[in-house]
Design a protein around this ligand. Structure first.
Ligand code: SF4
Length: 596
């Protein structure tokens, strides 16, 4: 195919651009192409018209000649199409386009057509006119959902709209950033749009409006506050949570194979587990577990990522379904992250969110310890316990660090502030652990790693490794290169962007799981193994950990900016998508996720 022919616009794109210019841009310019049930169904409905065995074959049905899959192009118009069907009756030629949906009704209850479908059909009519030197007065839209054939006159207004759509595409294709999402009066189109989870229409518009010069930052709601806390009512277009499960595999020597629609785990030839593939959304492999090539193939086909961690829980790699097609986003990413001002701005946002969330967890934990002690009678002690929560010296000092983050002139200063804040936080972490009965108690004095040398540090490292693999998956899902970050240095093999994304979630997901497991007596020191200097959870302890970690991710929380509820697991992806929106130039600012 010549270069010129490659640049022809497929007429399907005219349908998209008429429906929503942003949809066209994301799908064709940025090349992100997820499918949803509407797209899948559309492909299914088109299976017969696209059957290669029927292509360009003419059949006589009564007094009508029908030719399927007719390929036509026009250099003059700059468009190309494969027509579903070309009908000829009494020397009148008409294109027929099949649509999966039902035909809309007009004011009299009669079936009519959608304007975007009519534009696509009209473009086909123009191609037929040029190819066969005839006049095409009308075309047919066949709506499968209502089994309705609707006659569409190709009048002057429709022809004008079609040519305008071609011009619009030319204009959009030369833009660096996508157009804004549809305005509220057209927002109903977003439900059912296959790109809604990528576009985040309401969130993007809200962020644009909030970032006006006069706007104040929105109030930060607490974890327990409900919708509308930020004073907005956004209509969430992405699912609240993930219904499928994460499959953790850790038994040394285990082998994972496939039988029909199930994954089958065997150890020494004996089946130990059989899991329906339809119930899995992610597979996580620890250490010496073998997964057959056949299983990796089928998981990739079903778009289920597989993450590998060492036996100690260090994240190694993920096998993602296929490299994301969104080249434009990665180009934006490399450009944006290479800009010191952009990298510093983003780094400030995530470090501020990290410190704010650590401080919140610290204050909450110490407040709850104080309550427990009061309940135990300690409030009667004449010299009362020191003030808790925000009066804690560490919390006060962290608030002061937080104030300085916004003014940090470079990454070096920021790293220093983050380090000082971490020292304050982990300096108090031992106090966040409840006193347990003898034999169940844990001590923490300071953070150590590589390897972690005591149970609490082992738990923290393990939780961070799981969070990292989830942020890695979120970065890949959105289309980022997970190895190119803006805050963590791009050391070879280090998933820097995943590490950047996880900063704001460290305390509220990972540390929170660790505190929950210890303070509620779900783990005891007997659940750990120590060899030489290295301490790690045993297999039974890990099972308990996986459950608590997944439970934490399925906890619902209110988004501090958008005001709707969503699970932490989903929030990782939302934040990755907002980061993508920022570096694409969609929204003027990236806001880190914080809870009060
Ligand atoms: S979600 Fe709405 S605004 Fe976004 S691309 Fe789809 S139709 Fe357009």
């Amino acid at each position: 195919m010549s270069e010129a022919a490659e640049e022809l616009i497929p007429v399907r794109a005219l349908n998209q651009v008429t429906y929503c210019p942003r949809l066209y841009y994301l799908e064709y310019v940025e090349a992100v192409m997820p499918t949803n049930e509407y797209v899948e169904d559309g492909l299914f409905q088109h299976r017969r018209v696209n059957d290669p065995a029927l292509a360009s074959r003419t059949r006589k049905e009564g007094d009508t000649l029908r030719t399927r899959s007719v390929a036509l192009s026009s250099q003059k118009l700059g468009i190309t199409a494969k027509l579903d069907v070309l009908e000829e009756q009494d020397r009148v030629i008409r294109p027929v386009e099949t649509k999966r949906s039902a035909a809309p009704k007009d004011d009299h209850g009669e079936p009519t057509f959608w304007q975007n479908d009519a534009v696509q059909l009209c473009a086909q009519g123009l191609l037929v006119e040029e190819a066969f030197e005839v006049t095409v007065a009308s075309g047919i839209l066949y709506y499968v959902g209502s089994k309705t054939r609707v006659d569409v006159p190709l009048g002057p207004a429709l022809r004008e709209a079609t040519l305008a759509a071609i011009d619009r595409i030319r204009d959009l294709s030369s833009r660096e950033t996508p157009p804004e999402p549809l305005p509220p009066e057209l927002r109903r189109r977003c439900f059912g749009c296959s790109l809604a989870t990528i576009c985040l229409p309401e969130e993007t518009l809200y962020s644009i409006q909030q970032s006006g010069p006069e706007s104040e930052p929105p109030a930060q709601p607490s974890e327990s506050e409900c919708e509308g806390a930020a004073g907005v009512e956004l209509t969430r277009v992405i699912p609240l949570n993930d219904e499928k499960a994460v499959l953790y595999l850790q038994e040394p020597g285990a082998h994972v194979g496939r039988r029909a629609e199930h994954l089958v785990v065997t150890i020494d030839g004996k089946q130990t587990n059989r899991i329906p593939m339809a119930s899995i959304r992610q597979v996580v492999i620890f250490g010496n577990v073998q997964v057959s090539t056949q299983v990796l193939h089928i998981l990739a086909e079903q778009e289920i990522p597989v993450s590998y961690l060492t036996g100690y829980g260090k994240f190694v790699a993920s096998v993602m379904p296929s490299p994301p097609k969104n080249v434009a986003l990665r180009a934006h990413q490399y450009r944006a992250f290479a800009d010191p001002a952009v990298a510093l701005g983003l780094s400030r946002s995530i470090v501020a969110a990290k410190i704010a969330n650590q401080r919140t967890l610290l204050m909450r934990s110490l407040r709850s310890q104080a309550k427990d002690q009061t309940a135990d009678g300690e409030a009667d002690i004449p010299d009362p316990a020191p003030a808790r929560g925000s009066d804690e010296p560490a919390a006060r000092d962290m608030a002061e660090m937080l104030d300085r983050v916004d003014q940090a002139p470079d990454q070096g200063v920021l790293l220093g502030l983050e380090g000082q804040s971490a020292a304050l936080y982990f300096g108090e972490f031992g106090r966040m652990l409840k006193t347990r009965p003898p034999g169940e108690s844990f001590d923490f004095t300071k953070r150590n790693r590589r390897p972690p040398r005591d149970p609490v540090n082992a738990l923290l490292s393990f939780a961070y490794a799981l969070l990292c693999k989830d942020c890695f998956a979120a970065a890949c899902t959105v289309g980022f290169d997970p190895y190119q970050g803006f805050y963590h240095a791009g050391r070879h093999g280090r998933p820097s962007l995943a590490l950047d994304l996880m900063e704001e979630f460290r305390a509220i997901i990972a540390d929170s799981v660790v505190l929950n497991l210890i303070n509620n007596g779900m783990l005891t020191p007997a659940d750990f193994l120590t060899w030489r200097d290295a301490c790690q959870l045993n297999d039974e302890g890990r099972e308990v950990f996986f459950k608590a970690y997944e439970q934490r991710k399925s906890t619902e929380v209110t988004h501090p900016v958008f005001g709707y509820r969503m699970t932490y697991g989903r929030m990782l992806e939302v934040q990755a998508r907002m980061l993508a929106a920022y570096i694409r130039g969609d929204i003027p600012r990236y806001t880190g996720f914080t809870v009060r």
